[in-house]
Structures are given as structure tokens and as C-alpha cells.
Design a protein around this ligand. Structure first.
Ligand code: CP
Ligand code: NVA
Length: 306
């Protein structure tokens, strides 16, 4: 199939990614100035959610409406996907009716299988492996508040999860150094590490990882689907909490980001989102703006009049 997909940051060139972020900033400005911009009139985005979501659903749904289109929320519980219809068959049918499809799923292969059978762009709204849309928002936020991230040092503290894997891909695509501090056995996937090579370093000590870092980020200790491991993970991850004292060991102008939802008192201290070094609320808002840029980039513009 010929459609362009966004399953990973590697589906775009570094130049395209920078353009998306610049465009996200422009679209944010247009919205703040109350300018109507509706290039996707009559276009429809299908959104399949196998996992819960607040930000991803709202940002894609509101984003499509603001661009003049519509979004349809689909859950496996209410569709034939939950009753065993093969994903490839569903992709053939859905992509004949929709103009793009966003999928939040468990196995990353659900995305690749769907994309292989889809006529229209498929967007990864989070899988067990990757969360590339979140990285677009993170990179936009850093760019807005601190300028280019090229050559900077980023520290990822905690679980080597889907967000961490996407940070590794971001290190490659945006050209920054990434230090990951995680407990033994919770490293990111070897394939991502191998691809990033020298750009990424695995450490055990969070203080060593944040020393001089320009951006520090973390995420929940137990991701969606890992609820049964939560108690054991909490014991192991306790030394990896990001708090004000840890940020004090980073660069003086360090920015803190968290994809949210956060578990205050666990991976971050109760007060961290209120610290002036945290940009987590702007980061969450930027999901809307940068994904509108992504939709504008991927989805064919409006129909011609007959
Ligand atoms: N950060 C993020 O993807 O949030 P949701 O799970 O609320 O979509
Ligand atoms: N790692 C988290 C991210 C949530 C946005 C999860 O997968 O649950």
C-alpha cells in the first residue's frame, strides 16, 4: 500500500520532524489568535483504542474538528475487532471508509499489520514498544522553551518502556545524547539500543544520568498492561524518583517533562509538576498542536467540488 504512515519517529526524516515541530508552533499561534484553519474539511479519522487514554483521544479528536474534519472513537469492545475479526481484514474495510486511522494498542505488530493492509495513513497512538506522537510534543516543548535540542544531553529516569524507546529514536533523529538510568532488567529493547549506538548510554545511578542534563524526563513505573507487576516494580524503582533535589544536579536551565498521567509520590515527588522547571502542562497541550501538524502532513487535503 502506498500511504505514508507514522508508526515510529523513524518513519520521518530528521528534516520532516523539525518541520512538523515548526508547523506545530505555527498552528498553536493560529489557534491562539483565533484564526480558522480547516484544510481537512470532510476528512474522517478513525481512532482505535485498545487501552485507556485522556490526552491522545482528546488531542486527536479536538485536532480533527479544529482542522475542519471529524474523528470517530472505536473500541474493540464495541467493534468486531474485539470478536476476532483479523486486523488485516479490518484494515482493508476501515481504510476504504476513513481518511486516516490512529491506533493505540498492545502489540506493535497490530500497527504494522494494519498499516500493511491500509490504503490510508496509520498513526501510532502508543504501542507497547513506542509512543512517537508524545515525542513530537516533547520535542516541540523543548524547542519552544529552550531552542534546538541538537547536541544537548537528555536524561531518561526509570523504566525502559515505550516512552524510553521513543526517546532513543528521538536521540538519533534529533541528534542529542541520551543517558538512561534504570534498574537492572528494565532496560529498553536491545534493538533500539543497537540502532542508536554511541548516542545512548545505560546507567544505574540517576544522579550520574542527570548531571549537567538539559532535559530530564520520566514516566510511570508500571505501564498499561503491567498492572500485576506494579507492587514489585514500586520496590525496585523507588531510588529512581525524580524530585527537586535530583533536578538540582542537572544543568541550571534544565527542563523537566512527563508525558502524563503522573503518579505523584511515585516516579515524581508530589510537588514536581509545580516546579518552575517542569513544562508538563505545555507538553500535554502541545499534543494537540503538533498532531494537527502531523494530520495536515499525512492526510490528503479537502475534496474538490463536483
Ligand atoms: N501521554 C498520553 O499519551 O496520555 P493519555 O494516555 O492520556 O493519552
Ligand atoms: N508508559 C505509559 C505511557 C502512558 C502515556 C504506558 O504505556 O502506560
Amino acid at each position: 500500500m502506498s500511504a505514508r504512515h507514522f508508526l515510529s519517529l523513524k518513519d520521518c526524516t530528521p528534516q520532516e520532524l523539525v518541520s512538523l515541530i515548526r508547523r506545530g508552533i505555527e498552528l498553536k499561534d493560529l489557534r491562539n489568535r483565533g484564526v480558522l484553519f480547516e484544510p481537512l474539511k470532510n476528512r474522517v479519522l478513525g481512532m482505535i483504542f485498545e487501552k485507556a487514554s485522556t490526552r491522545t483521544r482528546l488531542s486527536f479528536e479536538a485536532g480533527m474538528i479544529q482542522l475542519g474534519g471529524q474523528a470517530i472513537f472505536l473500541s474493540p469492545r464495541d467493534t468486531q475487532l474485539g470478536r476476532g475479526e483479523p486486523i488485516g481484514d479490518a484494515a482493508i474495510v476501515m481504510s476504504r471508509m476513513l481518511d486516516a486511522v490512529m491506533i493505540r494498542t498492545f502489540a506493535h505488530s497490530t500497527l504494522t499489520d494494519f498499516a500493511a493492509n491500509s490504503r490510508v495513513p496509520v498513526i501510532n497512538g502508543l504501542s507497547d514498544d513506542l509512543h512517537p506522537c508524545q515525542l513530537l510534543a516533547d520535542m516541540q516543548t523543548f524547542h519552544e522553551q529552550r531552542g534546538s535540542i541538537k547536541g544537548k544531553t537528555v536524561a531518561w529516569i526509570g523504566d525502559g518502556n515505550n516512552m524510553c524507546n521513543s526517546y532513543i529514536e528521538a536521540a538519533e533523529q534529533f541528534d542529542f545524547q541520551l543517558r538512561i538510568a534504570c534498574p537492572e532488567g528494565y532496560e529498553p529493547h536491545a534493538e533500539f539500543l543497537a540502532s542508536a549506538g554511541e548516542r545512548v548510554q545505560i546507567l544505574r545511578d540517576p544522579r550520574e544520568a542527570v548531571a549537567g542534563a538539559h532535559l530530564v524526563s520520566t514516566d510511570v513505573w508500571a505501564s498499561m498492561g503491567q498492572e500485576e507487576e506494579a507492587a514489585e516494580r514500586h520496590k525496585l524503582f523507588a531510588p529512581y524518583q525524580v524530585n527537586r533535589a535530583l533536578l538540582d544536579a542537572a544543568a541550571v536551565d534544565v527542563l523537566f517533562l512527563h508525558c502524563l498521567p503522573a503518579h505523584r509520590g511515585e516516579e515524581i515527588s508530589e510537588d514536581l509538576l509545580d516546579d518552575p522547571r517542569s513544562a508538563a502542562w505545555d507538553q500535554a497541550e502541545n499534543r494537540l498542536h503538533v498532531q494537527k501538524a502531523l494530520l495536515e502532513f499525512l492526510v490528503e487535503p479537502a475534496y474538490h467540488h463536483a
